[in-house]
Design a protein around this ligand. Structure first.
Ligand SMILES: Cc1cc2nc3c(=O)[nH]c(=O)nc-3n(C[C@H](O)[C@H](O)[C@H](O)COP(=O)(O)OP(=O)(O)OC[C@H]3O[C@@H](n4cnc5c(N)ncnc54)[C@H](O)[C@@H]3O)c2cc1C
Length: 576
């Protein structure tokens, strides 16, 4: 079969979110795309919590590649109304620190919610969002073949040959192949791309499931302990403890919910929490029972499927692009579920790969050099996320350390978010590619803007946490020191309260937004950050006023559905 004229411009292995999003962007722009998947949609998948930064990336992809469907996924209301009512609401990221045998101390908790200027995000019910994205790609002209496990990939001078069923099934030919098929990537296997051992420092294992009957955390603790500005259940909840964390991602956390499930996962440092000789269900139950304020949330919870328990889950590739091929998403490498690094990295790579690949198809030139920046991006992102998560795990040793590290990261995220939002505004006005070039340059640093004092703060924080890991520093003292450094920085927008002692909620009320806008205009603020904050926030304000991306009707429906009497007809499954 090798040597036959390719039937397709691009073959994409894996019809997950990465593969389907890329397929839509390419097909919409005239490429002849084939999506191949060993499974069939709809199918279970994890990676459900969408960060505000990932939401902006979806809008950027939508604008750049002319795929409005991607933008619908960028906020809660349009996802609910146009994609799937089975998705959940993601209004806040909550963090609660627990110690074995002790009540949770409400002072050891934090929330990051970007504020009322930002649109609410979603918890993707991946079986719905992924199949919807595949359908979108098909609507733009992509072909899909499901139940086709690719067992071999041969890259030749004139094209790529993909074999199924160990050579006994159908064979496909394409000019270029993108492998987004996850850890068992056939291309990584065929080309021996995996690093053995992985260069990644971080180590974790996880066990996860979808459950029924998980109670909202705020309903399980004494009334006096509820200090959250936004109810914990209205977003992604992270329970933290030494050497690990747990995610709680509900899909039933809003009045119009139609999905009773909640995604639950435990991620553990295997050195601190080695795998016990019992079933995953027993491990989960006995783990939860150790923490008095964690147990009630899961007392009546029942698993909706078999538990998945992984071994050490980190892996990486020494190379991610080559002549006529690219491995991306979870096929290129994997760090951890924390901070939703996976989805963000996938979307950043899709954005960077899409236009380069379209250019290469037009020129009929697939030289590796055309894609070397994509490799640079993927590899640096993997390393950045590795450092980020390794530091986060180390900082679970002490609340003060976690809190200060978390605030440094959140500050970077916030400024990155404003930067991306601003780039989107400019691009939407003139459609000049250079408006997005800066973002591509910042992507290897997790999207943190290229503002040296911010990058230095991040590096300093990371070094400090590393010293804790090696035992050269005390965790608590390091946390307090880091908080002092953060407090003295002159570029932290005041509304979010980063570095403010005792501040547990990092998000802005309308009044704090005004204070921050005034701050951004004042002469004591570094010019770049003042301009970024002011222009970024005003771009968001214009969005909210113009309601360009969220139909007013959708917003009103969801707002009214929560009201006691008038909302009743709009609720699908009664009040939560
Ligand atoms: C437990 C867990 C929790 C996570 N939580 C989050 C989170 O909250 N937020 C976040 O941002 N990220 C999270 N991530 C990361 C996120 O899930 C991934 O980044 C994202 O799902 C990757 O999507 P994908 O399309 O690259 O891969 P997938 O969704 O895994 O899709 C891969 C597809 O390839 C197909 N396939 C596999 N082998 C073959 C083959 N040989 N031939 C053909 N097809 C094949 C599979 O059937 C599958 O459909 C999590 C990851 C894990 C493991």
């Amino acid at each position: 079969m090798t040597g036959k004229t390719p039937q397709y411009d691009v073959a994409i292995l894996g019809a997950g979110l990465t593969g389907a999003a890329l397929a839509g962007c390419l097909a919409r722009n005239g490429a002849k795309v084939l999506i191949l998947d060993s499974g069939t949609h709809p199918r279970f998948s994890t990676g459900e919590s969408v960060t505000p930064y990932a939401a902006v990336l979806l809008r950027i992809l939508s604008e750049r590649y002319g795929v409005p469907e991607l933008s619908l996924l960028s906020n809660f209301e349009s996802t609910q109304e146009r994609v799937s009512s089975h998705c959940g609401l993601n209004r806040t990221s909550g963090y609660l620190y627990h110690r074995p045998g002790m009540r949770q101390n409400p002072v050891e908790s934090a929330q990051f919610s970007p504020g009322s200027l930002f649109q609410d995000g979603s918890h993707f019910f991946r079986q719905d969002t992924d199949s919807w994205l595949v359908n979108t790609a098909v609507a733009y002209g992509a072909d899909i073949r499901q139940q086709q496990r690719i067992t071999d990939v041969a890259v030749g001078e004139d094209g790529v040959t993909l074999s199924t069923g160990d050579g006994k099934g159908p064979v496909f030919r394409a000019r270029f192949v993108v492998d987004t098929s996850g850890p068992a990537s056939p291309l990584a296997d065929r080309l021996e791309l995996r690093e053995e051992p992985t260069r990644l420092r971080h180590r974790s294992r996880s066990l996860y499931n979808h459950m029924l009957g998980v109670r909202p955390y705020e309903e399980t603790v004494a009334a006096g302990d509820q200090r959250a500005r936004v109810p914990w259940s209205q977003g992604t909840l992270h329970h933290l403890f030494e050497g690990g964390w747990m995610w709680v991602i509900p899909f039933d956390n809003h009045p119009r919910a139609t999905n009773p499930l909640c995604s639950v996962g435990l991620v553990l440092d295997p050195e601190v929490h080695p795998e016990p000789g019992c079933s995953p269900e027993e491990e989960f139950r006995s783990f939860v029972a150790r923490y008095p304020d964690l147990a009630p949330q899961f007392r009546d919870a029942r698993p909706a499927r078999e538990w998945t328990r992984t071994g050490t889950q980190q892996y990486s590739s020494k190379q991610t692009v080559g002549y006529r091929w690219c491995v991306t998403g979870a096929a290129a490498g994997y760090v951890d579920e924390l901070h939703s690094c996976g989805l963000t990295a996938s979307l950043q790579t899709v954005g960077a790969l899409g236009w380069r690949l379209l250019d290469a198809l037009r020129a009929d030139d697939f030289a590796v050099e055309r894609f070397s920046d994509v490799q640079e991006l993927e590899q640096s992102l993997l390393d950045f996320n590795d450092s980020l998560v390794a530091a986060a795990f180390t900082s679970t040793a002490d609340w003060e350390l976690w809190d200060s590290w978390f605030q440094v990261w959140s500050l970077g995220q916030l400024l990155g978010l404003l930067d991306a939002r601003l780039a989107l505004s400019k691009y939407a006005e003139n459609h000049r590619a250079e408006e997005l070039a800066g973002l591509e340059r910042c992507a290897p640093a997790g999207g943190m803007p290229d503002y040296p004092p911010l990058r230095e703060l991040f590096t300093r924080a990371e070094r400090l946490v590393r010293d804790v890991r090696t035992g050269d520093r005390d965790p608590r003292e390091s946390g307090l020191e880091l908080m002092r450094v953060l407090r003295s920085a002159d570029f932290t927008p005041p509304g979010y309260g980063f570095g403010e002692p005792g501040r547990r909620h990092h998000g802005m009320s309308p009044a704090q937004t005004l204070t921050t806008l005034r701050w951004a205009r004042s002469s004591r603020v570094p010019g770049e950050i003042g301009a970024l904050t002011y222009e970024g926030l005003t771009a968001l304000l214009r969005d909210r006023v113009s309601r360009k991306d969220v139909a007013l009707k959708d917003q009103l429906t969801h707002a009214v559905a929560g009201l006691p009497l008038v909302g009743r007809p709009l609720r699908v499954s009664g009040p939560k």
